[in-house]
Design a protein. Structure first.
Length: 792
């Protein structure tokens, strides 16, 4: 018997009510009033904790832990995240926009063609949304700017954990507690959520808003007044009056501020809300009035969304200096630009199974299969275990149907139909994205929590089916063979099989996800670690040597003593020393002997073929200029933001729109941008003008005899800088070569499978069992040894 008495200690904290339209949660055992699934008779005999779902704040805290780990350890794997979002955010938060700044100097932030005013494909509203976490709070606390990156990620982790907790609780209250338990265990260690939760991407915002919207959408709809059966069936009628407003505004926020195409995920909700009774009994003669009432109930949400669009329009108009809506422009570009030879296909195409492969790596193949087959599982359970959907024939509902059917025909929806509609968004999104030629991993982010929901529901249905099969087996074999209490009685063992199966699936999912996350951190950390070495050891040490007056004698001796240590030791010891003010060294030591060069931008850090792995200017000291060296890449590269004609007196505010502080930068129309992915030669500098260079070298790609390149496509503009006598490697980190980490030709299928698994996952197998198939290169920070370092 489940107690429904409320306890004071179980009342949620005030802000938790944002993700729940119900009254305070009565207990940790969820009430079953609105659940679409109930336990079958076979399931009631087992699992005393089947109805237990942790409180909202417990779920939130559990989810927050892995999201915080992601905030500090996740690498930026997508160059679009760097150049389209972190770099503009760095411009708004850490680049001086004062009128006395040097107008001709390039700013310490890269601009892609999407941010050029003549194209205006990106909305500055999304960037400005993160200013409190990226600028205001860190600067108020006096943090270095790299900490601002982590504080922004912490903010993203908090938001993602909050919305996930809302959805898990809603699943427990409106579908089944066991489904919520499974969903929580799928989400917690997920490598997919490890990547998506703290990414500064519009698709991550769309993921969070979609998750929040679905937490409301799972609640019973009572928006059309006058059609609720009675308070016993729908006790939350009064509390859910704002359900539509919350759902529509959440979906709209993700589409307008985030990624507009994510609005597709709301289509099943729109279909249910307008055309399906979903918890209400509707006389056939009043069906038209019912649909009209549902549409009218959505007007507040539509008006709120329109106000959001208006605000976005004003921000973009202020940023670009003309009436423009970046969200609309990106829709037009993706749909119509192919007619003139542009479009997203210029940046690569993938096979239809691309997302299936990626999802299998990030979520485990079995979890992905469970998510995809949720509809067949629902139909199978409806045929085999109809008692699971007994909520559709409760006494109160049947009485209402009989009473109304005596007068006229009524319409209603069974839980099966509602579950099929509410699990449709993930498969709809996967199908739509798989049909697009241009595919990116981030495009599937908005549906990640919905994948967990579908997989958890399928797992629950599978376990229920297994219990029914075992129950049938007990009935067929009879008490003489099973359940007799004899020593050879096998039913007690078989009765534990469903729980064992569920535990095994969840454990395998957790292990593979954790292993995948660990591999992504351990095998690809070079791009960030080289810049940390540059900022925390190399540049401070050079400053102390060339400008000894900036530190005391004891600190100078401490820095000098680090030279005899190994790379790892000297870096670790450098972090313990007093922080060296590089800007002070830049200002005080202006003679020719100063390695840093007092002129702003005098220290030049260059990227060649590794341009796409540049983490962001958040990792680079303020006086360091980042430039590109020619490589074999033939597409368009970003260029530095620059101040335009509005700089100075002409840029003073003349209207409210001119209050946008960065208007002289974001409104500047410049040459050198195109939407055809054509190379712009003005992006490059000569390599001998660089003080430092980031490069990766893969020795195994070259034949031992003569050093010839193993592949037929030997790079033309990508020499081995690590072997160039003009360059000295200061710090190198192992970096996995995915392309060449394979089993040797002629290996057995087992060895080939092991090679694939070791490349994709962190598997600490001893080399005595299998040959080491992973090939690692050296991701290095190089310093030019030439005496004269001049900037072009």
């Amino acid at each position: 018997m489940i107690s429904t008495k409320k306890r004071n200690s179980d009342a949620p904290r005030p802000s938790a009510a944002f993700c729940s339209s119900s009254a305070p949660i009565p207990s940790e055992r969820i009430q079953r009033t609105n659940q679409l699934l109930v336990d079958s008779s076979a399931a009631r005999e087992h699992h005393s904790l089947a109805n237990y779902v942790p409180s909202f704040w417990t779920i939130f805290q559990l989810l927050l832990l892995p999201r915080v780990i992601s905030a500090f350890l996740r690498r930026i794997a997508d160059c679009d995240e760097t150049y389209n979002y972190w770099e503009p955010l760095h411009l708004l938060s850490w680049v001086s926009h004062s009128q006395d700044a040097i107008s001709s100097a390039p700013l310490q932030a890269f601009q892609t063609w999407e941010y050029a005013p003549q194209y205006a494909l990106r909305s500055w509203s999304y960037i400005a949304l993160h200013l409190p976490a990226a600028a205001w709070i860190p600067q108020w606390l006096g943090w270095p700017k790299v900490n601002a990156l982590y504080s922004t990620r912490m903010f993203l982790a908090w938001v993602c954990s909050f919305t996930e907790a809302c959805l898990v609780r809603s699943v427990g209250k409106n579908i089944h507690p066991r489904v919520a338990q499974y969903m929580l265990f799928v989400l917690l260690p997920s490598a997919g959520m490890f990547q998506a939760s703290t990414a500064l991407l519009p698709s991550t915002l769309a993921m969070c808003t979609t998750t929040l919207a679905m937490s409301y959408a799972l609640q019973p709809s009572t928006s059309a007044k006058g059609f609720a059966v009675n308070a016993a069936i729908l006790p939350q009628t009064i509390q859910t009056r704002q359900r539509n407003l919350k759902i529509i505004f959440s979906f709209a926020t993700g589409a307008v501020l985030g990624w507009p195409f994510a609005l597709v995920l709301s289509f099943p909700f729109v279909l249910e809300e307008i055309f399906c009774p979903s918890g209400q009994l509707v006389p056939l003669s009043r069906y038209l009035f019912f649909t009209s009432a549902r549409v009218l109930a959505s007007l507040p949400g539509l008006l709120a969304s329109l106000s959001l669009v208006s605000g976005l329009f004003l921000v973009d108009m202020a940023a670009y200096g003309r009436p423009v809506l970046g969200t609309l422009n990106i829709i037009i570009y993706n749909i119509f630009s192919a007619q003139r030879g542009a479009g997203p296909e210029l940046y690569g195409t993938e096979a239809w199974w691309y997302y299936l492969r990626n999802l299998s790596l990030l979520w485990n193949p079995l979890v992905v299969v469970l998510a995809i087959v949720v509809w067949p599982m629902l139909l199978l359970c409806r045929l085999v275990v109809p008692t699971m959907f007994a909520a559709s024939s409760s006494p109160a509902t049947n009485a209402a149907k009989v009473q109304m059917s005596e007068r006229e025909t009524t319409l209603s929806n069974a839980p099966l139909a509602l579950l099929m509609l509410r699990t449709a968004p993930f498969n709809l999104w996967l199908l739509l994205m798989s049909m697009q030629p241009h595919k990116e991993e981030r495009f599937i982010f908005p549906a990640f929590p919905l994948l967990a929901l579908n997989a958890a529901l399928s797992l629950h249905l599978s376990i229920e089916l297994l219990r029914v099969v075992l129950g049938k087996l007990k009935g067929v074999l009879g008490p003489s063979k099973i359940g007799s209490g004899r020593s050879d009685d096998i039913y007690p063992t078989l009765s534990r099989l469903p729980s064992l199966v569920a535990t095994t699936i969840l454990a395998l999912s957790a292990l593979t996800s954790i292993s995948r996350s660990a591999q992504s951190v351990l095998a690809f950390s070079g791009p960030t670690e080289t810049l940390e070495y540059l900022s925390n050891y190399e540049l401070p040490q050079s400053a102390v040597q060339s400008c000894p007056t900036i530190v005391d004698a004891q600190t100078r001796e401490a820095w000098k003593s680090l030279e005899s240590l190994s790379q790892i030791e000297r870096y670790a010891q450098a972090l313990q020393l007093p922080r060296v003010d590089l800007n002070k060294a830049d200002a005080e030591c202006s003679d020719a002997q100063n390695e840093l060069d007092a002129q702003r931008g005098g220290t030049r850090l260059c990227y060649a073929k590794e341009w796409h792995r540049f983490p962001s200017h958040f990792h680079v000291p303020s006086h360091v200029e980042v430039r590109f060296v020619k490589s074999d890449f033939k597409g368009i590269l970003p260029q530095h933001f620059e101040r335009g004609a509005l700089h100075g007196a002409a840029g003073r505010a003349k209207s409210l729109l001119d209050l946008w502080s960065w208007r002289d930068v974001t409104r500047a129309e410049r040459r050198g941008f195109n939407d055809l992915n054509k190379e712009e030669r003005d992006r490059y500098v000569e390599v001998d003008t660089c003080n430092y260079l980031i490069d990766v070298d893969f020795p195994h790609r070259y034949a031992h005899k003569g050093g010839a390149y193993l592949s037929n496509n030997e790079p033309t503009y990508e020499p081995r800088y690590t072997h160039d006598p003009n360059w000295t490697a200061l710090a190198c980190y192992p970096f996995l070569d995915i392309e060449h980490s394979n089993a040797v030709p002629g290996s057995s299928k087992m060895l080939k499978l092991v090679a694939i698994l070791k490349r994709a996952f962190w598997i600490p197998l001893p080399q005595t069992l299998f040959d080491e198939t992973n090939k690692f290169g050296d991701y290095c920070l190089l310093r030019r040894e030439a005496k004269e370092r001049r900037a072009s």
